[in-house]
Design a protein around this ligand. Structure first.
Ligand code: ADP
Ligand code: ZN
Length: 730
């Protein structure tokens, strides 16, 4: 690239701050050349060092720069500006998460190709002329286009089963003419009155509170309702109301890639699907959705956490479904919780936020209890469907057969379910065949070379895999330590191993395994979920993928293979997470009104979490958990930040973590714990140490952490520090 043009000296020009999508601490100043319009929010191209980058014209004062060094904006994109409330939101996220504002702005600029309007696509249509010479291939092409519709070159060639050169040949002879087709909207506009629901009395009451009974809707509402109570049906009414007002709606979902069921429900209510936004979206579609969110052509987006950073023209409602879900936390670059940031986004934009869950996070439950959020409850399933009867299986008294993991009681219940033509779900939150492989002769354990985790055997793929970094190696036949053949044993179960056990007991049953690493990806998964919903499967064995939001009408038995799995790690949030997961999984059963049961295999039947689930005493669980957090001044009764120091060299990581600790200023209301090895002490070849900063509810924890980092010597070599405000584990 040539040098960008310098401004003639003494030339009077406007200077504006531009936020570039790089880890910069603030916006940089640029000159606006005459003839260009660059108001705050405009997306512009600017020179940065030797490169050209896209940035956003920002607000506020510009830094004083030497006019000789001042470089001009090179291009203003033909794109609606990033709205003022969105810019304030981006600033807020950067300040809250202590992230470079440029990195946060980058999340709003994820579809560069969409900054300029899409060019119309060229289409072919049959013209008047006939080919000079007819061939069989040409005949096929012409026959195919006789419907009068327009085709793309390649699309027509493919449909006719000929090579593109045949089409091009006809085009040259004017057998076809080209026409321009303007870009199409990704989805039609949803109709708020397409199908009005008949709501139960409870649901109607909930909708009235959500909409604010004639007045203003509550700023934040928590819909806390058991699985199957109709939370979705209820918040759809708020969606309809917002569409009627001509404003846009964002619905956040934790596993958007799997929610074809959700999209179809939306379509039944509103006559068309919402636009989707998630990482699996094809690039062309991403561009369209981004652009049409900015122009206002897309009215409703259903998306993963990153959709919070779409540049909506006129957002009027944000909904966070399954608000407790850990998938809302991003732990990479900018560490943020999309649920919390959605509430902030709504506050800044002056519109309502709705959170929904059958098992709300402790944070949201506390906010609803205190009246900060409207507390909207739906205590009963819709249509009188009963929740499943839950029972414990004490594995000490009812042990499985040697080499197996399923107790006789559970197998018996499965037999009955299958015989009656109903479905059973076995839940185990572990992918693969076995979580650990060891050599029976020398005791060697297979560990990831780059992480502190065991390699998980995946028998279908004949591989050992690391679930943290993706490292994989062929499953070995001999022990690499002692060389002995055929003495490697699989320890503990994963879903593949449970499937093997199920096959041996139910050779004729139609069984499937569902986990996120399944071959065929999201498309295959969607098909499998549909097959389950249609009753084409007898036994489903799945990881947490099956726990979320699916509606399986034939499912009447849920067996939890290992209820204790999540309870063992010393994290204070473990109880909450296990409670949520087990409640969600057992909630898959009996949704169509059939009588259903849940069986929980456990070695700790007296554990309070296990007890809270079987007794169905949800409120008691929340009360106890909230009291414990309050006593220990843990979030939301106190504030937490984690500093993760990592380096390729263990000593370097640890010593830098110590120097950060030493840089911690004295404060009455804040204490620093650690450094200690992080919960995962080695990931992708980097050693990790963690400091926990613990303050009171009033502490300015960001200011404290910022001070600490400023006072420490800058990290050197491979040392890196990541800041996690409101960490998931503490
Ligand atoms: P939740 O989100 O609380 O788990 P859903 O909104 O998925 O509950 O509702 C559970 C089931 O009940 C769905 O199949 C839904 O279509 C049905 N349902 C809920 N409310 C109604 C209603 N008012 N009319 C008809 N069906 C409803
Ligand atoms: Zn690894």
């Amino acid at each position: 690239m040539k040098d960008s043009p310098q401004l003639p000296l003494g030339c009077e020009t406007a200077i504006v701050p531009v936020m570039v999508p790089l880890p910069t601490p603030q916006a940089y100043s640029y000159a606006v050349p005459e003839g260009l319009e660059a108001a705050p929010g405009a997306i512009v191209q600017v020179p940065l060092g030797p490169r050209q980058v896209a940035g956003i014209v920002w607000d506020g004062e510009t830094d004083a720069v030497d006019p000789k060094k001042l470089r001009p904006i090179t291009h203003v994109f033909d794109c609606p500006p990033i709205a003022a409330d969105m810019r304030r939101f981006l600033d807020w996220v950067a300040a809250y998460t202590l992230s470079p504002p440029g990195l946060v702005a980058r999340m709003a600029l994820r579809a560069p190709a969409a900054f300029e309007p899409a060019a119309p696509t060229q289409g072919l249509r049959l013209g008047r002329a006939r080919p000079e010479r007819m061939t069989a291939a040409r005949e096929r092409v012409i026959a195919m286009a006789e419907d009068g519709l327009s085709w793309t070159r390649t699309g027509l060639a493919r449909a006719a089963g000929v090579s593109v050169s045949v089409v091009d040949g006809l085009l040259k002879q004017d057998v076809f003419e080209t026409i321009l087709i303007p870009p199409q909207p990704v989805v039609p506009h949803p109709d708020p009155d397409f199908r009005l629901p008949e709501l139960s009395d409870d649901q109607q009451a909930a909708v009235r509170r959500l909409l604010g009974e004639g007045g203003k809707p509550p700023a934040v509402s928590l819909i806390d309702g058991v699985t199957g109570s109709g939370k979705t049906e209820v918040y759809f009414e708020a969606v309809a109301e917002t569409i009627r007002q001509g404003r846009q709606v964002l619905i956040l979902l934790p596993e958007i890639a799997l929610t074809s069921v959700f999209l179809e429900r939306f379509e039944r209510r509103f006559g068309c699907k919402p636009a989707e936004w998630h990482s699996e979206l094809a690039p062309r579609m991403r561009e369209k959705v981004w652009r049409q969110a900015a122009t206002g052509d897309v009215r409703v987006v259903a998306g993963a956490r990153s959709s919070l950073f779409l540049p909506f023209e006129n957002l009027g409602l944000v909904i966070v479904d399954e608000e407790h879900d850990a998938a809302y936390k991003q732990e990479d670059r900018v560490f943020y919780n999309a649920r919390d940031m959605a509430v902030v986004r709504a506050h800044i934009g002056g519109f309502p936020a709705i959170l929904a869950s059958a098992t709300p996070s402790i944070e949201s439950r506390v906010n609803a209890d205190s009246g900060k959020y409207a507390d909207i409850r739906l205590p009963e399933r819709f249509g009188g469907a009963a929740l499943p009867d839950l029972h414990l299986i004490d594995m000490r008294r009812d042990p499985p057969a040697r080499g197996g993991f399923l107790s006789p009681k559970l197998l018996e219940a499965m037999k009955k379910t299958v015989a009656e033509g109903e479905q059973a779900l076995l839940f185990l939150n572990r992918r693969g065949y076995a979580p650990l492989t060891l050599c029976r002769v020398c005791g060697h354990r297979f560990q990831c070379p780059d992480c502190s985790s065991w390699l998980v055997e995946h028998r279908f793929r004949r591989q050992l895999q690391c679930h943290h970094c993706g490292h994989n190696e062929p499953a070995p036949e001999a022990c690499p330590e002692c060389g002995t053949l055929d003495h490697l044993v699989a320890c503990g179960p994963g879903v593949e191993r449970i499937a093997e056990e199920v096959d041996s007991h139910f050779p004729d049953a139609r069984t499937i395994v569902l986990s996120s690493d399944m071959a065929g990806g999201v498309r295959r998964l969607r098909l499998e979920l549909e097959a389950i919903a249609k009753g084409e499967v007898d036994i489903v064995i799945g990881t947490q993928l099956v726990a979320k939001g699916h509606n399986f009408p034939m499912m009447t038995l849920v067996g939890i293979v290992d209820s204790d799995l999540g309870l063992a790690n010393g994290d204070p949030r473990a109880a909450e997470r296990t409670f949520q997961l087990l409640s969600q999984v057992t909630g898959r059963a009996g949704r169509s009104g059939r009588k259903s049961i849940g069986l929980l295999q456990t070695y700790q039947p007296a554990h309070p979490v296990i007890q809270a689930i079987v007794s169905g005493d949800r409120d008691a669980f929340y009360e106890r958990e909230i009291a414990e957090r309050e006593n220990a001044r843990l979030p939301p009764f106190g504030r937490m930040a984690a500093l993760i120091v990592s380096a390729a060299d263990r000593v370097a990581a640890e010593s830098y973590a110590r120097s950060l600790r030493q840089a911690a200023p004295g404060a009455r209301d804040i204490s620093v714990l650690g450094p200690a090895e992080a919960p995962m002490a080695l990931i992708r070849g980097r050693y990790r140490f963690r400091l926990l900063v613990h303050g009171t509810k009033q502490s300015d924890i960001q200011a404290y952490v910022a001070q600490m980092i400023a006072a420490a010597p800058g990290p050197r070599g491979s040392v890196r520090v990541q800041i996690d405000i409101d960490p998931q584990s503490f």
